[in-house]
Ligand binder design. Structure first.
Ligand SMILES: [Fe+2]
Ligand SMILES: [Fe+2]
Length: 468
């Protein structure tokens, strides 16, 4: 038996013949979907453990083999999720001496040995969008962005947790029985070919990977693995520039132009995300967030000034609100990495103080920039998160700052809801959990319900003028 091939060298090729003396354990009698009994057990040599099945078995077979330590297995390879497994045609008990010799030379392989290699390769394959994988145990295979990998301690052995993403979305992933070495191999990896299956534990889809093969791809290909804004970037840039050009106050207009033209901002503004997961967390998300804040800001200022308080002495300054929409999150361009993860820098200097300091420097460069205006703009930038616990060193104290805080807050909730509801299939009433819908202190993401849309036919007037 010394010459038999090692299990680690067994090719993952359907029907490849197997005739091996192997260590055996964990015998169970299982039932197929049709109700037939089969034996499921573990086989191993010193290099690898595999699962093995034998169809058409009985409880007597289980009793016969369950205490055996080594058996001679004849059968063939049956790949499952690109993993080698064996289907046994026959099982024979070896001579006692041969069994003892084999067991001595083949101790159990270590449990943490990776079941599949992690190796550098570079291939690109067509694949199904991540969002379209539905249902427990649906096989997954494709090229994905991989990020946030960590090694966790499990009940039986350490396992990898990570995130994977493509242009349709992101999911959490796990790979059981992993090692520190596996984690180290993923350290600087941004894309990998992943094979596995869907798990729907807790009604949330995730991927249980059996294979993670790091891949090298071009920056261009990499940028295709992100969810993108539904607008064209050129449209957003044009619209935002249009709002800036309509700013009446020349100091605010020049300041806004200078900030947007600064090479530091210009380089990343159009592609940056607005958040890691809460809202507008896609390529072009920051631009989209700015554009929508400007649009909502304009409508609300006009609504308050012209419709609700047409005779009021105080007129809300639209220029300040538009400026805050443009600049409040401008340093998210550096708070987040281009791949949408938190940057090391952002954890040290958040976008609120950094944005305010940057804006003040730009004000310094504009001759005679009014001090009062400087104070109000900086106050709006620093207070836009509303409360100290959310990162604002000061709470909003001007009408413009309070109004903008609520515009920003509202858009960060309503936009993700509308974006998720838009994606629902016909007849589905609930979205997946949305992080932006975590209210209060428990931080639990909640799904959104297809609310008012369901009522569109109820109570509307028909041809007769009577309510339907
Ligand atoms: Fe912010
Ligand atoms: Fe914001």
């Amino acid at each position: 038996m010394a010459d038999q091939p090692l299990l680690k060298d067994l090719p993952c090729e359907k029907n490849y013949p197997v005739a091996h003396l192997l260590r055996v354990s964990n015998f169970e009698l299982k039932k197929t979907k049709k109700g037939d009994d089969y034996l499921l057990f573990k086989v191993s040599d010193a290099t690898k453990s595999l699962t093995c099945k034998r169809w058409n078995s009985t409880a007597t077979d289980l009793d016969r083999y369950k205490d055996c330590k080594a058996l001679f297995i004849t059968g063939k390879v049956d790949p499952y999720n690109s993993e080698v497994s064996i289907v046994a045609d026959s099982i024979a008990e070896p001579e006692e001496e041969a069994a003892e010799k084999f067991l001595e030379g083949h101790p159990e392989p270590t449990k943490t040995a990776p079941t599949t290699p992690i190796a550098m390769v570079s291939v690109s394959e067509k694949q199904c969008a991540l969002r379209d994988y539905k249902g427990k145990d649906t096989p997954v295979s494709g090229l994905f962005r991989i990020f946030g990998a960590e090694l966790k301690i499990g009940k039986k052995s350490p396992f990898l947790v990570f995130k994977l993403g493509d242009k349709s979305g992101e999911l959490g992933g796990k790979r059981w029985e992993s090692t520190q070495e596996d984690l180290d191999k993923l350290k600087d990896v941004r894309t990998a070919f992943i094979i596995g299956k869907i798990d729907d534990y807790g009604n949330t889809n995730s991927v249980i990977a059996t294979t993670i093969e790091p891949r090298n791809i071009s920056d261009d290909e990499f940028s295709q693995l992100f969810v993108s804004t539904k607008y064209s970037i050129n449209f957003l840039k044009k619209e935002i520039w249009g709002y800036i050009q309509r700013i009446q106050n020349k100091y605010i207009r020049i300041l806004a132009e200078n900030i947007l033209k600064d090479p530091l901002i210009k380089e990343r503004f159009s592609t940056s995300v607005a958040a890691v997961s809460l809202h507008h967390n896609y390529r072009g998300g920051l631009c989209t967030h700015v554009f929508r804040n400007m649009k909502v800001g304009e409508a609300l200022v006009d609504g308050f000034n012209n419709n609700m308080y047409p005779d009021g002495k105080y007129k809300i300054n639209k220029d300040i609100v538009i400026f805050l929409a443009l600049c409040h999150d401008i340093f998210k361009t550096y708070e987040y990495n281009p791949d949408g993860t938190y940057s090391q820098y952002g954890g040290l200097v958040p976008h609120l103080p950094k944005g305010a300091i940057f804006a003040e420097r730009k004000m310094d460069a504009i001759p005679n920039f009014p001090e009062e205006l400087r104070t109000q703009l900086s106050h709006g930038l620093l207070s836009h998160h509303g409360e100290e616990k959310f990162g604002s060193p000061v709470t909003p104290k001007t009408v413009e700052a309070v109004l903008f805080h609520y515009i920003d807050y509202m858009c960060s909730k309503i936009d993700p809801m509308l974006e998720n509801l838009d994606r629902l299939s016909e007849g589905v009433l609930w979205t997946d959990p949305i992080k932006a819908l975590a209210f209060g202190d428990n931080g639990r993401a909640n799904p959104a319900y297809m609310g008012g849309m369901l009522l569109s036919e109820i109570g509307s007037l028909g041809d007769t003028g009577n309510a339907k």
